[in-house]
Design a protein around this ligand. Structure first.
Ligand code: IPM
Ligand code: MG
Length: 358
């Protein structure tokens, strides 16, 4: 298969981890007879430095024309001025909105050999295999009006949480479809005891569930969900929730796997290229030191193969190699090991080539 993949390394450790993942994709192309072309563009702070905007039109157009986008991370203290008009994160939000990738899939699986790396007790983590489906192009992140004004006696800032029923329906239905390939349970997470958008979320989820009688639907308030992720995460199969709740809960859930550096994500919509990125940030404190964990990005590359290119076998090859490398004790510093970014990748590559001789 021929595919054009846009790589947006971004800031901080972004270039290091995407570089490793591209290497893995090249190897897959080589071994499985595919022709992948990689085109690199700027996003985030480095794009602001170069073009004055966090995502240039040229970069966005290239993404739209591609079959999939592999992204590193954006942001850093250099661009962290709260009064700045242009911020690195705007590039990421614009990309998600423009590519209409309304669903962000964040699988969280506790690798059996990594149970000791979680700060939680083994029995809390054992058997965790959940998928968070986070709504990605609506809610507080995109509500209008947004802004700040001086008023009598202070300064007023406004963000608004807005949802249309069709925005909720499409992401909840996707969660149900994904649950059919898993343990057939969907937990819809909201704050329906307080928020009107959450009440709309809940009633829309109930309607959507009628099309999926074979899947169990439960509702959970977001504060309870935050607690249960720590106390009883193995009970979850698919969680579906609005944009900001999903942002927060997935950082929390990453602790189950020992490190946020392990977790990949896939952002997809109704066809068109998806965006694949680790859920971690740009980690400016360790940038350029070869310390970053490449696993989240390598697994994101696997998700690109699965969801954007339909290459399930190849995706599974990468996931298998990662699991075997971890099984044999390969670890970067964030999970208690001493391997560098490239040495960790080399371990994955070794298992990829050893196991899939042709
Ligand atoms: C994420 C990140 C982003 C988000 C930031 C960088 C805008 O935290 O992908 O989870 O909040 O969506
Ligand atoms: Mg986040």
């Amino acid at each position: 298969m021929k595919a054009q993949i846009v790589v947006l390394p971004g800031d901080g450790i972004g270039p290091e981890v995407t570089g490793e993942a591209v290497g893995v994709l090249r190897l897959i192309a080589d071994r499985c007879g595919h022709e992948f072309t990689f085109v690199e563009h700027l996003i985030g702070g480095c794009s602001i430095d170069c073009y004055g905007t966090a995502l240039s039109d040229g970069a966005l157009e290239a993404c739209k024309r591609s079959q999939g986008v592999l992204l590193g991370a954006v942001g850093g203290p250099r661009w962290d001025n709260p009064s700045a008009d242009v911020r690195p994160e705007q590039g990421l939000l614009a990309l998600r909105k423009e590519l209409k990738v309304y669903a962000n899939l964040r699988p969280v699986k506790a690798h059996p050999e990594m149970l000791e790396t979680s700060p939680l007790r083994r029995e809390r983590v054992e058997g965790v295999d959940l998928l968070v489906v986070r709504e990605l192009t609506g809610g507080l992140y995109f509500g209008r009006p947004q802004g700040r004004e001086k008023v009598d006696g202070g300064v007023r800032a406004v963000d608004t949480m807005e949802y249309f029923d069709y925005e909720i329906r499409r992401v909840v239905e996707l969660a149900f479809r994904l649950a059919r390939g898993r343990r057939r349970k969907v937990t819809s997470v909201d704050k329906a005891n307080v928020l009107e958008t959450s009440r709309l979320w809940r009633s829309t989820a109930v309607e959507a569930a009628r099309g999926f009688p074979d899947v169990k639907l439960e509702h959970m308030l977001v504060d309870t969900a935050a607690m249960r992720l720590i106390t009883a995460a193995a009970g979850f199969d698919v969680l579906v929730t609005e944009n900001m709740f999903g942002d927060i809960l997935t950082d929390e859930a990453s602790v189950l796997t020992g490190s946020i550096g392990m977790l990949p994500s896939a952002s997809i919509g109704d066809g068109g290229p998806g965006v694949f990125e680790p859920i971690h940030g740009s980690a400016p404190d360790i940038a350029g030191k070869g310390l970053a964990n490449p696993i989240g990005t390598i697994l994101s590359a696997a998700l690109l193969l699965r969801y954007s290119l339909g290459l399930e076998g190849e995706a599974a090859m990468i996931e298998g190699a990662v699991a075997r490398a971890l099984h044999e004790g390969a670890r970067t510093a964030d999970v208690g090991g001493s391997l560098s970014t490239s040495a960790m990748t080399a371990e994955v590559v070794r298992h990829l080539t050893a196991h899939n001789k042709n």
